[in-house]
Design a protein around this ligand. Structure first.
Ligand code: GLA
Length: 384
């Protein structure tokens, strides 16, 4: 999988300079969807798909970026940075440079080689992995560093302010702060978190519907606006509800009739999802896997029916998994409208489970899904 030595050779051959190399993982979210920008709770784990970034300084004042995935090199002038995004993969690394420059850092010229195996557009946070790997690389070049949560915020700003995707903090946070064999219950209000151990006999089986997902596109921001409109109605009545994190299901009973029907549904998902996420962590802690599975099933129903964030393929992937031996819980993970499902599966059954799910999905849709048996990995760090 990740091969820092191969990236080093490639960088040396292209740029004739010894690089420092950093890795940043993608993530899967066990539960807590569309709650992060409502300052609520999420419970992601970093996974063993990742982006590697190799960096070395240059003396000609240029920033030269090479992507092994896209087999493409682009060059920029370090003293004349692009002011805005150009809908190209270079937006992510150049967004990092722009945000760090805005923080008062003077970024000199450098060569950066990138390689990653987080499947693109599959809801596993390939973009967060790219931002985090790049920012660690660039910070090392200038001898600077930030505490993990601050670095995650800076990378989120790359998305929000440069790329133009209005995402929350979850993906960048877990890519920076993931812990081997653990999920992390993150409070997106103050970024405090609790490690939630994933039992050794439980596997994370990630099933890709092969339907592309995008958060820059229309649906993600529309859902976000709809849920925020519901929050504004509640806030107008009782104040102190700046985010849906602060709202309750009783609020919806009282004032739901004043909301657009879609807003009410979105808010019902977000408020109930926060409750489920906190409950799932407690159940995991107690070793009550049946309860974790039940909460995941409820979370999927809510994501699909109230948030309308799923699609036929993802609903089917969850449905088809239900009676395969070993399943603990299944739901659509990530930003939605396609992408992957996360299946918690008894480890001893994981391989057979993945094969059977793949067969069933192929028979139904005529598309072979990619199914990966993953493990919860550690967060971003220097590898060479
Ligand atoms: C995407 C965003 C996250 C989060 C999820 C939905 O992954 O980047 O911030 O909002 O969708 O839970």
């Amino acid at each position: 999988m990740h091969d820092p030595a191969a990236l080093r050779s490639l960088h040396l051959a292209r740029f004739q300079a010894e690089p420092a190399i950093f890795v940043a993982p993608g993530r899967v979210n066990l539960i807590g969807e569309h709650t992060d920008y409502a300052e609520g709770f999420v419970m992601p784990a970093a996974i063993d798909f990742a982006t590697l970034a190799a960096i070395s300084p240059r003396s000609d004042g240029k920033i030269v970026l090479y992507s092994e995935n896209y087999q493409e090199e682009r060059s920029f002038d370090a003293s004349a940075l692009p002011a805005k995004a150009s809908k190209h993969w270079t937006d992510y690394p150049m967004g990092v440079v722009a945000i760090l420059t805005g923080e008062g850092h003077k970024i000199p010229g450098f060569s950066l080689s990138l390689w990653g195996d987080v499947p693109l557009g599959s809801g596993l946070s390939s973009s967060a992995a790219l931002e985090v790997a790049t920012s660690l690389a660039v910070l090392s070049l200038i001898g600077a560093s930030y505490p993990g949560p601050v670095l995650a915020r800076l990378c989120q700003r790359v998305e929000n302010e440069f790329v133009g995707a209005n995402c929350g903090i979850m993906d960048q946070f877990i890519s920076v702060n993931g812990e081997e064999n653990h999920a992390l219950l993150l409070d997106c209000r103050d970024l405090s978190f609790k490690l939630a151990p994933i039992p050794a006999d439980v596997a994370l089986v990630i099933a890709n519907t092969m339907v592309k997902h995008s958060i820059a596109g229309g649906d993600y921001p529309t859902r976000r606006r709809e849920s925020e409109a519901a929050c504004a109605v509640i806030n107008s009545h009782r104040g102190n509800v700046p985010f849906l994190r602060d709202a309750t299901l009783e609020d919806l009973e009282k004032w739901g009739h004043e909301m657009e029907p879609k807003s009410l549904m979105r808010a019902r998902h977000v408020i109930s999802e926060n409750l489920r996420t906190v409950a799932a962590e407690k159940a995991l802690e107690k070793g009550d896997l049946a309860e974790v599975g039940r909460l995941m099933a409820e979370a999927h129903r809510s994501y699909s029916k109230d948030f309308e964030g799923s699609c036929a393929e993802a609903d089917a992937m969850v449905e088809l998994a239900q009676d395969i031996p070993g399943l603990i819980g299944a739901r659509l993970t990530g930003g939605g409208f396609g992408g992957c499902t996360i299946n918690l599966v008894e480890r001893s059954q994981a391989k057979a489970f993945a094969e059977e799910l793949g067969k069933r999905y192929t028979a139904k849709f005529g598309i072979a899904p990619q199914i990966h048996v993953c493990h919860a990995s550690g967060g971003a760090h220097r590898v060479a």
